[in-house]
Design a protein around this ligand. Structure first.
Ligand code: PRP
Length: 187
């Protein structure tokens, strides 16, 4: 209890509540269930940020599927994207002919997911769509439009429900704007 309270002290404003996340995730799960019936579906979690969203979302999809995990670097430990993408963990299984949904916590510049989408298309996936919890279109640097998104958010630094600042706050149940003083933007 004490720890959760102290994490919330670093939050300027709650942007999306856990309850709102639950509703949106269920809705998205139903949509995927409808659209992927009869297809060989592979849902891919982009570590680490998407881990919480992914584990909730896949349980709302009532279809047989394979799950897999990828990890790619983009942000480093600061708040700005470096613009270059490196794969740190690749898929465990061949992807050719499969219908893939890449699951992200946030699409910011779009660099990470744009790169991964093209990478899997090049490896022969039948289709590669992007499902993101948060979309921050104001920051986009590449022509990437998420196929599925739960919330569009303003250009603020957000943490919680998987999203971190310097690896912290991922376990915050809600999504909030981090106080600028925490990452040295003021004070
Ligand atoms: C974050 C996030 C996305 C990416 C979005 O990952 O999870 O993968 O950055 O930014 P972009 O659209 O500008 O590429 P990060 O590299 O911070 O790793 P993490 O998921 O382990 O926190």
């Amino acid at each position: 209890m004490e720890k959760t309270v102290s994490m919330y002290n670093d939050i300027e404003k709650i942007l999306v509540t856990r309850r709102e996340i639950d509703v949106a995730v269920k809705k998205l799960g139903d949509m995927i269930t409808e659209q992927y019936e009869g297809k060989e579906l592979v849902m891919v979690c982009i570590l680490k940020g998407a881990a919480l969203f992914f584990s909730d979302l896949i349980r709302e999809v009532s279809l047989p599927m394979v799950i897999d995990f990828m990890s790619a670097s983009s942000y480093g430990s600061g708040t700005e994207s470096k613009g270059e993408v490196r794969i740190k963990k690749d898929l465990d299984r061949p992807i050719a002919g499969k219908h893939v949904i890449l699951v992200e916590d946030i699409v910011d510049t779009g660099n990470t997911i744009y790169f991964l989408q093209n990478y899997l298309k090049d490896r022969g996936a039948a289709s590669v769509r992007v499902a993101t919890l948060l979309d921050k279109p104001a920051r986009r640097k590449v022509p990437l439009k998420a196929d599925y998104y739960c919330f569009t958010i303003p250009d603020a630094f957000v943490v919680g429900y998987g999203l971190d600042y310097d690896e912290k706050y991922r376990n915050l149940p809600d999504i909030g704007i981090l106080s600028p003083g925490v990452y040295g933007a003021e004070g």
